[in-house]
Design a protein around this ligand. Sequence first.
Ligand code: DC
Length: 241
Amino acid sequence: MESCTKQTKKIVIAIDGFSSCGKSTFAKQIAARLGYIFIDTGAMYRAVTLYALDHDAIRSGIVDEERIIALLPEIDITFRFNPQRGASDIYVNGVLVEGRIRTIEVSNFVSAVSSIAQVRSKLVAMQQKMGERRGVVMDGRDIGTVVFPDAELKIYMTADPRVRAERRYAELQAKGDEVSFDEVLDNVISRDKADMTRTISPLRQATDAIVLDNSRMSIAEQMEWFDGEFERIQKQLATGK
Ligand code: DC
């Protein structure tokens, strides 16, 4: 695969889907394989949520939309490649927040924050800029529908909610986060609902996206599936068929 990437056309790969489907892991692997830039857009919504929590724009479980909108101009999000992780770490105003954005507290408020129109328009504009030169793998909820409707390859990922909760639970446990399995499962189910039913840019499958259900797939099988799809798209681009 590596040897043929030189002759392939640089494209945008949009990966959308439910939370905890392994989108980021998959996107990161694809990016490493193709020498593309990987952008985790969920991390950007999480970073804004964390900033809102740190600046009293979410208090006693209440999300103060007006205050979050007022904070937006002072939020500068950047990514820096971390060779140890093989992916980029996220910074807010120069401060590394990678380790703090995946707590259950941030997860509980990120759907509400990401449904604010002004938050979305700021982050979507940043994402479009990051991908303007193609050669990116971007994962999120609205990449194939809103951010890059012209992406050459659109993947819509899904997996059984219990399987997803088990994966996220194992991740949180490994980090020493004290949380129950039921709390994680509830969070997965409620975020699915919130992501699909929000008014602006709800999670939905783009008409030209291909579905990948990885409930019973190993990482290696998933990659094999990707190789086939990437080759098919490259052939299509080369022949126009
Ligand atoms: O991928 P994730 O679970 O880290 O994303 C966190 C939240 O951010 C998710 O609940 C929905 C929101 N999100 C979004 O609205 N649009 C995106 N492109 C990416 C994430």
